[in-house]
Ligand binder design. Structure first.
Ligand code: CP3
Length: 346
């Protein structure tokens, strides 16, 4: 299927673009009333994730309603630990919750690797196929997975946490077990990302949401090492690495074999560009809270960010997922400002 808008793919590869592409992390769901309607017609988040026709429907909503330059498949990073043997629940107020956790060798029985991806995660692959059929080439479709370190955090902790101290504790008390679990997650993630590409994903993003809770050296050992394995194995389509909060490791991330490096809003885009040159595309990084300001101010803040770009190698996004109570009209202002921006002088 020929894509009518392949701006984001060209930007990721460092090819010529006529304007900066724009999308938002967590654009599918959360902010749109249309999403909440679909969600309310089902038993909950998991049913939506596991029903490919409905997942495809909410994947396409932000393309229709917001005018983004890419769709991201509606799913969750937690489908991987579930496929490996740890079932999760999405609790209404508190978020993800796992009944079982992995804190000893015995727990490794809940970290299976020998299974067929189509068998256990076929619902995501089917959602990708349906989405592409319905998008009919309008925009590229982004597939994704959690980074091994972030998935490890949930498998050990069993729920969200500010500190993930059980997960970090294991790095000191049983590093051998930690590496074994990280290796297993990496194996499955590689297979899963390749399966998404086969099903039709045009590009991929790996979310390392908890990268920032590790020190630089620990992130090299327990985070980057496994991201490196992923980007070495998966090179069929452009791939973005987003190591949220890993301020002291951005240059190391940029050295890995990825196309795009995701930046959060604490990261200094200008400085990072100076350091890495034109070798990688940068994605981000407006503070998600900027969208709480007035329309005029959203426009100003977005233009300030665009003006700070010294290169064409950018994909515009927020510095993290859009917050659930943001007015979709503000998101439209953000997107329109990017689309109106003249890049001929860059
Ligand atoms: O639009 C998109 O980006 C596609 C869908 C998507 C979801 N989760 C749907 C979702 C993506 C890419 C994710 C990734 C994800 N999930 C991450 C990495 C990105 C990040 O935000 O750092 C993480 C850490 C998770 C785990 C997770 N899923 C948590 C902690 C929660 C609860 C709190 C929250 O974020 O709302 C979820 C639930 C979740 N995943 C929702 C959605 C739309 C909200 C649930 C609902 O609609 O009831």
């Amino acid at each position: 299927m020929k894509l009518q808008n392949d701006l984001i793919l060209r930007a990721a590869k460092g090819e010529a673009i006529e304007r900066y592409p724009v999308w938002l992390m967590r654009q599918a769901g959360r902010i749109l009333p249309e999403y909440r309607d679909v969600r309310a017609s089902l038993s909950g988040f998991k049913e939506l994730v596991e029903t490919p026709e409905r997942a495809a429907e909410v994947t396409i909503q932000p393309v229709d309603i917001l005018g983004v330059d890419a769709a991201i498949i509606f799913s969750d990073i937690l489908v991987v630990p579930e496929a490996m043997g740890l079932e999760y629940q999405m609790l209404e107020k508190s978020g993800p919750w796992f009944e079982k956790t992995i804190r000893s060798e015995e727990g490794l029985k809940y970290a299976e690797t020998n299974f067929d991806i189509e068998d256990r995660l076929g619902y995501v692959l089917e959602a990708i196929r349906i989405t592409n059929k319905e998008l009919n080439g309008r925009v590229p479709l982004i597939g994704f997975a959690g980074a091994p370190w972030t998935i490890f955090c949930y498998m050990v902790e069993g729920r969200g946490s500010k500190t993930f101290s059980e997960s970090r504790k294991l790095l000191y008390t049983n590093p051998t077990l930690a590496h074994e679990l990280l290796s297993r997650i990496t194996d499955v993630t590689i297979q899963y990302l390749k399966a998404q590409v086969k099903a039709g994903a045009h590009m991929l993003q790996v979310f390392d949401s908890w990268a920032g809770i590790l020190g630089t050296e620990q992130y090299a050992e327990f985070g980057l090492k496994y991201l490196d394995k992923i980007v070495s194995a998966v090179n069929e389509v452009p791939i973005t690495l987003f190591s949220k909060g890993a301020i002291t490791s951005v240059n190391a991330v940029a050295k890995l074999n990825c196309n795009t490096v995701g930046l959060d809003w604490n990261m200094d885009l200008v400085k990072i560009r100076e350091e890495i040159g034109e070798t990688r595309t940068l994605q981000g990084n407006l503070d998600p809270c900027a969208l709480y300001s007035s329309h005029k101010e959203v426009e100003n803040l977005t233009n300030n960010m665009l003006n700070s770009f010294k290169s064409r190698r950018h994909i515009v996004n927020l510095g993290h997922g859009v917050y659930p109570d943001i007015d979709p009209e503000k998101v439209k202002t953000f997107i329109q400002t990017v689309k109106n921006y003249e890049i001929s002088h860059k």
